[in-house]
Design a protein around this ligand. Structure first.
Ligand SMILES: *Cc1c(COP(=O)(O)O)cnc(C)c1O
Length: 397
């Protein structure tokens, strides 16, 4: 039962096929020839926006070309421009500082805790340095959103949430993306709905919604949006907001609508897989599983664990041994960013000073995707392999 000779043969990058219902809807859009966002009076993209607004409880939703586009539009919609400073996570993915730099603004990095959430003490200390926080719920870990919102409200900071990994998650029952002024989501292949590329933005704010719609390339056809603020909000913004085309097309929206209907079931399936791996890893000497707060309803589409204060050579040995048995782990501590593992000091366009406490955690983070093509048995096998290989390297050290 040690699992010493077991090998895992699944693919960590293999998602499920697009549901048949979605394929049929996509084919119907293609047969119609009407793919552009304003090529029909009330097409798939407008319907997706209405349905996503209803799902999240937001007044307005806008479907766009990518999660990065949603974040860039959100920043512009709250008036962030060249030279402005924006607080954001030191532990996040490249599109987040990229969206800030993309509007000419400058990221101010806030540290990470052992729970893999934004360090709220560091946030409080830096609160005077910017008027906007681009909060990334990296790898689906939610910070204490009650305290975070208190800090930001007290300091007059506008919160934009990057919910690329928390679509379907909640803090004390409040859906992720609903605490901030704006919530941004990604529907790129590795997120919770798969359109290849795409993003969504939600808000309750009339002016933010009007600006985001105009920005996304409404060609003054904004009255056709299914979720839209009153004309007065457009009147305030329509001569001042540049057109930066980026609204989603009908084809991708058609693929997404059936996926939205089963999103909650998919999220539950991810979390069931997460729980199996977590259970299998718990108690492994030298390895710390991440503590999940009771207030958090998370989506376990990936799992992280910490190899705290391990030498670089030992971590690399664990990764090598696991890879040899088919388990592909990513490490945020490498000298060079690989694939998706960049961190604040990888983004040389954004100046940063060393953050020793965060560096210690970043160096410990090992990360793994859990695609829904893995069965629960696969997940138990993966955990046995990691447990055995971490144990072997730990004992040798
Ligand atoms: C994927 C991702 C985004 C958005 O990415 P796009 O590829 O632009 O859709 C934003 N933040 C995080 C943390 C992500 O992983």
């Amino acid at each position: 039962m040690s699992g010493a000779r077991e090998i895992f043969s699944g693919s960590f990058t293999q998602q499920e096929p697009i549901p048949e219902e979605a394929i049929e809807a996509a084919v119907a859009v293609m047969r119609s020839g009407r793919l552009h966002r304003y090529n029909t009076e009330d097409g798939e993209v407008a319907a997706l926006e209405r349905e996503f607004a209803a799902y999240t409880g937001a007044k307005y939703a806008l479907a766009v070309a990518s999660g990065g586009y949603a974040m860039g539009a959100a920043l512009r919609a709250v008036g962030i421009g060249p030279g402005d400073r924006v607080l954001t996570n030191a532990f996040t993915l490249a599109p987040v500082p990229g969206a800030i730099a993309g509007v000419g603004a400058v990221p101010i990095f806030v540290g990470v805790t052992e729970a893999l959430t934004i360090d709220l003490d560091d946030l409080e200390a830096k609160a005077g340095e910017a008027r906007v926080l681009m909060l990334s719920h990296m790898r689906g870990h939610l910070a204490d959103m009650d305290r975070l919102m208190e800090i930001c409200e007290a300091a007059g900071i506008t919160v934009i949430e990057d919910c690329a990994h928390t679509m379907g998650a909640a803090w004390r029952g409040r859906m992720s993306g609903r605490d901030g002024l704006i919530g941004c989501y990604s529907v790129q292949t590795y997120k919770h709905m798969n359109a290849g590329e795409g993003g969504l933005l939600i808000t309750d704010d009339d002016d933010v919604a009007a600006r985001a719609i105009l920005l996304s390339g409404s060609y003054m056809l904004y009255a056709r949006h299914g979720t839209r603020p009153p004309e007065t909000a457009f009147a305030r913004a329509k001569y001042l907001t540049p057109n930066v085309s980026g609204r989603m097309d009908n084809l991708r929206a058609a693929i997404l609508r059936p996926q939205l209907r089963r999103l909650d079931a998919q999220c539950a399936a991810w979390t069931a897989r997460y729980r199996v791996v977590e259970k299998g890893l718990r108690g492994t000497p030298g390895l710390a599983v991440i503590k999940r707060p009771e207030e958090e309803t998370f989506v376990g589409s990936s799992i992280q664990f910490l190899l705290k204060d391990w030498s670089e050579a030992a971590v690399i040995e664990v990764l090598r041994r696991c890879a040899a048995r088919g388990v592909m782990l990513k490490w945020f501590g490498g000298a060079e960013p690989e694939g998706f593992t960049s961190r604040y000091d990888s983004w040389h366009y954004a100046p940063s000073t060393p953050m020793p406490a965060s560096d210690r955690i970043l160096r410990a983070i090992v990360d793994m995707r859990l695609p829904l093509t893995f069965s629960l048995d696969d997940c138990a096998l993966i955990a046995r392999i990691i447990r055995a290989e971490v144990g072997a390297v730990w004992q040798a050290a």
